[in-house]
Design a protein around this ligand. Structure first.
Ligand code: PGA
Length: 251
């Protein structure tokens, strides 16, 4: 069976006060799930230590939302993958649509970042997704396949054990709109096929769905055979909602 994962992408949200309230509540809620998914929290990097300190006895792991494409040096404001590893992270989210749209990240940059992540011994959670325009013009699968090909250019079949794909339609992120479970399933199937075409073990790699996942739509999405969990933005900032979403993977 493939790994099932629910990842919290806090984005640039939160405060120390939120860390103090949210993390223990999520930790305790997740601890009560029988046979629950792997849970990852990706807070703003400055809060990593505070988050980790509250997860000491928990199976929940932590990650960062981005790393630099460089290994280190004079890159003011940047964080290297090796530093994320040093700080106790297990995951790095790479190439999120917000990074692509707002910070100009290209497939080529994403590919370099994926290599940096893997050489640091971390797992890369690689984002793919189409815009509304691309979906409406019937190009969604082609766009996502092209992103996969670009982002995973340097990934070997052996590396693939440390790669998770996160599919999020851009039009569903933070909008309250979600793909239907059927459309999401169709895309996840196409993603697996593409991974196999790229020489990767696509049937064994976790493929997560994201974009306005909430407690009321999570179960239908996660019931689909090729959806192995979720990447959760807004709802990951509310303990009750996030725990309910984790629970939906189990049930
Ligand atoms: P959302 O964000 O759940 O708020 O739509 C998901 C994401 O962008 O990772």
């Amino acid at each position: 069976m493939r790994r099932q994962i629910v990842a919290a992408n806090w984005k640039m949200n939160g405060s120390l006060e939120l860390v103090q309230q949210l993390v223990p509540a999520v930790r305790d809620g997740v601890a009560e799930l029988d046979n629950g998914p792997e849970v990852v929290i990706m807070p703003p990097s400055l809060f990593l230590g505070e988050v980790k300190a509250r997860l000491a006895s928990s199976s929940i792991t932590v990650g960062v939302q981005n790393v630099a494409q460089w290994q280190g040096g004079a890159y003011t404001g940047e964080i290297a993958a090796a530093m994320a590893a040093d700080a106790g992270c297990q995951y790095v989210l790479v190439g999120h649509s917000e990074r692509r749209e707002l910070f100009g990240e290209t497939d080529e940059m994403v590919a370099v970042k994926v290599s940096r992540v893997l050489e640091s011994g971390l797992q890369a959670m690689v984002w793919v997704g189409e815009t509304l325009e691309e979906r409406e013009s019937g190009d969604a699968e082609a766009v996502v396949c092209r992103q996969l090909e670009g982002a995973l250019a340097g990934v070997s079949a052996g590396d693939a054990v440390d790669v998770v794909v996160a599919y999020e339609p851009v039009w569903a992120i933070g909008t309250g709109k979600t793909a239907t479970a059927e459309d999401a399933q169709a895309m996840h199937q196409a993603i697996r096929q593409k991974l196999v075409e790229l020489g990767l073990p696509g049937n064994a790699m976790p493929v997560l769905y994201g974009g306005s996942v909430k407690p009321d739509n999570a179960a239908a999405l996660f019931a689909k055979p090729d959806i192995d969990g979720g990447l959760i933005g807004g709802a990951s900032l509310k303990a009750e909602d996030f725990i309910a979403i984790c629970q939906a993977v189990v049930s």
